[in-house]
Design a protein around this ligand. Structure first.
Ligand SMILES: NC(=O)c1ccc[n+]([C@@H]2O[C@H](COP(=O)([O-])OP(=O)(O)OC[C@H]3O[C@@H](n4cnc5c(N)ncnc54)[C@H](OP(=O)(O)O)[C@@H]3O)[C@@H](O)[C@H]2O)c1
Length: 351
């Protein structure tokens, strides 16, 4: 298969660099352009400070171009760039992403701006793949991945909803610093503390869950930032229409996970959920669906960090399930997730 020529929107941000890292050896996509803000304009990609803890991979010899210049974007389209992965802040995405779409480049976005907007499919590959066609009327031009906090909540809850009928749920999150972006993370580490509040995060997560699952019930969410570099950990209690017990819930989640493997896609985890008795936020960050690689190289080990870890399953009353779940926010919750989405679109002949 000939690789599609792609661009990354964002040069020196956490998600932009995760995208670059994951594209370096990608079998379906070839990184041909990096388009950044004025901060890095004209810089050689190898001179852009590398933020990720893994070593900088051997990136192609690119010069950062202007992400917001329509002539530049048109030139890239004419040169054969057909897909762009956006790691822009939401305010910038508002006017920049449509410019790329207008030039005929399909945009897959991590920004929140166009999530839940008419004509822009909003998709988690394992949950609503059909939306790629249905929400774009078969003309896919622009698509969005979800908020990173939603991922560990929705994957297990979707499986349980299907089996038992979700009635209401509560969620509390503990979210890593990288979820706030590079500058935020650096400042918190420098100060040695972080304010726990994340304005708008709970509302966004609740609305996105309702949209993806088509479920509209009672929910209560509280999202907090904590002093940990990466990884979002959620604590969930959910009430169901049917009676439940721990063994049955375990079996339901395992069967759902097996049935929702997407091993034909290069970025897919071996399976989406991993069940384990308790969560270790250090050891489980790079869950791949089979095990827990330690210090993997995401430029090669594409499944690492793509699975959601589910633990501490309990049924405190006959209709209630509580569990914890954990996933990597800049991998499954951002760069890996949006690449998986584009791979799904490619496998459906939509690119
Ligand atoms: N971090 C996560 O876990 C996570 C998860 C899901 C979704 N997201 C979303 O992904 C996006 C990027 O997040 P991040 O964590 O990578 O943030 P970040 O580390 O703060 O990086 C910000 C990015 O935005 C670009 N940018 C900043 N100002 C710009 C401007 N005026 N014009 C064009 N580009 C500009 C930067 O490009 P340059 O380097 O070229 O300046 C950089 O790549 C955000 O929309 C965020 O909400 C993040």
């Amino acid at each position: 298969m000939q690789r599609l020529t792609v661009a990354v929107l964002g040069a020196g941000g956490l998600v932009a660099q995760r995208l670059q890292q994951r594209l370096v050896n990608h079998p379906w996509f070839e990184l041909a352009a990096v388009a950044g803000s004025p901060r890095h304009l004209g810089a050689s990609l190898e001179d852009v400070p590398w933020l990720l803890s893994e070593k900088r991979p051997m990136l192609p010899p690119l010069t950062v171009v202007d992400v917001s210049n329509p002539h530049t974007v048109q030139g890239l389209a004419e040169a054969g760039v057909s897909v762009a992965f956006s790691a822009l802040p939401s305010e910038e995405a508002k006017h920049i992403e449509p410019m790329w779409v207008k030039a005929g480049i399909r945009v897959f976005s991590n920004a929140s701006t166009y999530r839940r907007k008419e004509g822009v499919p909003f998709v988690i590959p394992e949950l609503n793949p059909e939306a790629l066609v249905e929400q774009s009327s078969g003309q896919l031009r622009h698509a969005c991945a979800t908020n990173c906090t939603l991922v560990p909540l929705i994957l297990p809850l979707a499986a349980l909803n299907k089996a038992y009928g979700l009635q209401r749920y509560t969620m509390r999150s503990e979210q890593g610093l990288s979820g706030g972006g590079h500058a935020y993370m650096e400042q918190a580490i420098e100060q040695g503390n972080v304010h726990p509040s994340i304005p708008g995060e709970a509302e966004k997560t609740e609305a996105e869950l309702s949209h993806i699952l088509g479920w509209h019930g009672e929910a209560s969410l509280r999202c907090e930032r904590i002093m940990r570099p990466d990884g979002h950990h959620v604590f969930v209690e959910a009430m169901f229409a049917s009676e439940v017990n721990v063994e049955d819930v375990h079996e339901t989640l395992s069967a759902w996970s097996q049935a929702h493997r997407m091993n034909h896609l290069p970025s897919a985890p071996h399976q989406p959920l991993v069940l384990t008795p308790t969560i270790d936020v250090n050891a489980h960050l790079f869950a791949d669906g089979i095990g827990f690689p330690q210090s993997p190289n995401p430029a090669i080990e594409r499944a690492a960090g793509m699975a959601v870890v589910v633990a501490n399953l309990q049924c405190k009353t006959p209709n209630m399930v509580s569990f914890e779940a954990f996933s990597h926010n800049t991998i499954r919750g951002a760069a890996g997730g949006v690449l998986l989405l584009a791979e799904l679109a490619h496998s459906m002949d939509l690119l």
